[in-house]
Structure formats: structure tokens, C-alpha cells
Design a protein around this ligand. Structure first.
Ligand code: ITT
Length: 200
């Protein structure tokens, strides 16, 4: 089977390719489809946006397509940035981190419980074949730390490892993260349904 990993986010793509590595599936990316415009993410939930993206790219490429809609929910900010994580206060993460700390300070808190959510949807032949939503719980770090990962990883402190997600190795993040669990579940689903796999 050829499976399109339908994301424009290179950080996500690296992680997904690592998690699906070794499956007898030919992975292709949106680099092979430069003319397809990004769909507008109009959903109110991670699930709505993941389904919308998977169905859109499956329709435009004719390939089974998997999409991930994900984001950071900060309890003390009423769940913001949530589904708006990618574009919330722009694209400069140093600025985004400052905004988070300022907004928390305005509410007289230094840290806050937080979670990353990842909703994965697999679409083929005009319908959703499989979907799952997974999370990882942590807290907002007082100071960003680490250079691994992407996005909000430097301010997401994961107490069981005593580090932020940007301070741990990719294989450690894959073992505990929202995306690691969601694509791990997709991997198990594909393995259990060999119709999706190459025979080799
Ligand atoms: P695609 O829609 O093309 O996949 P995107 O980055 O726009 O790319 P989303 O709409 O799902 O994807 O937004 C996800 C955002 O949530 C992402 O850009 C980061 O800001 C944040 N995010 C999600 N998972 C993350 C992770 O593992 N580590 C850090 N930040 C993450």
C-alpha cells in the first residue's frame, strides 16, 4: 500500500515517519504534491480538523491519506491555544512562549497543568477508515528548555522524566507522546488489517 502522510509540518512528519518505520507501507509526503493547496481548518475540534484534512488529501491524490490534528491545551488559559495552536500569536515560538507566560502571570500563576492532544484520521475512498485521539499530560515550564522536537516542546515539562519534551530524545518522546500513542495505535490497526499492507 501507498499511504500519504498529509502534513505540511516537518516536525510532525519526522516523528510520524519514525513511528511508522518498518511497516510494509510506502510512505509518500505532500512534497510529491506541491500543487495541492492546504485546506482551511474550519473545525472546532481536533477530530473535525483531522477528518477534514484526511478526506481532503485523499480526494485530491486518490491515495489513502492519514492526517494529524494536534495542539496544546493549557488548563489555566481555559484550554488555549487548543485547535488554534499552530497560528496562535503568530509563528515565532519564542514570542508564543512569552505570550503564554504573560497570560499566566496576568492570572497570577507561574505554571499550569497542560496537555498535548493528537487526533489521527485515516481516509480512503471518500470515508474515514480509522481514527483515534490520544494525549500526554504535563505542565507549563517556567523557562523554555531544550532543542529537540518542535513547536511548544520546550515549554512542556513532563514530570515522569523530569525534563521538557524538547530535552528528551525522539525515541523517548515517541514512547510517551500524544502523537506516539496515536500513530502507534494506527500502526497496530494497519498491522491487524493486512489488506492495507504490502505482502513483502
Ligand atoms: P498540518 O495541518 O499541515 O499537519 P499544522 O502545524 O498546521 O500542520 P495543526 O493544525 O494540527 O498542524 O497544528 C498543530 C500545532 O500544535 C503545531 O503547529 C504545534 O504548534 C502544536 N503541536 C502539536 N504537536 C506538537 C508537539 O508534539 N510538540 C510541540 N508542539 C506541537
Amino acid at each position: 500500500m501507498t499511504l500519504l502522510v498529509a502534513t505540511t509540518n516537518q516536525g510532525k512528519l519526522r516523528e510520524i515517519a519514525g513511528i511508522l518505520e518498518g511497516l510494509p507501507v510506502d510512505l509518500v509526503t505532500l512534497r510529491q504534491y506541491p500543487d495541492i493547496a492546504e485546506p482551511e481548518e474550519t473545525g472546532q475540534t481536533f477530530g473535525e480538523n483531522a477528518r477534514l484534512k484526511a478526506l481532503y488529501y485523499a480526494r485530491h491524490t486518490g491515495l489513502p491519506s492519514v492526517a494529524d490534528d494536534s495542539g496544546l491545551e493549557i488548563a489555566a488559559l481555559d484550554g488555549a491555544p487548543g485547535v488554534h495552536s499552530a497560528r496562535w500569536h503568530g509563528s515565532d515560538y519564542a514570542h508564543k512562549f512569552r505570550m503564554i507566560h504573560e497570560l499566566l502571570a496576568a492570572r497570577s500563576v507561574t505554571g499550569s497543568p497542560a496537555r498535548f492532544v493528537c487526533h489521527v484520521a485515516l481516509a480512503s475512498d471518500g470515508r474515514i477508515e480509522y481514527e483515534t485521539e490520544q494525549e500526554v499530560c504535563g505542565e507549563i515550564a517556567a523557562v523554555p528548555r531544550g532543542t529537540h522536537g518542535f513547536g511548544y516542546d520546550p515549554i512542556f515539562y513532563y514530570a515522569p522524566l523530569g525534563r521538557t519534551l524538547a530535552e528528551i530524545e525522539p525515541h523517548e518522546k515517541a514512547a510517551i507522546s500524544h502523537r506516539g500513542k496515536a500513530f502507534g495505535a494506527l500502526r497496530a490497526h494497519l498491522s491487524a488489517h493486512p489488506v492495507w499492507l504490502r505482502s513483502s
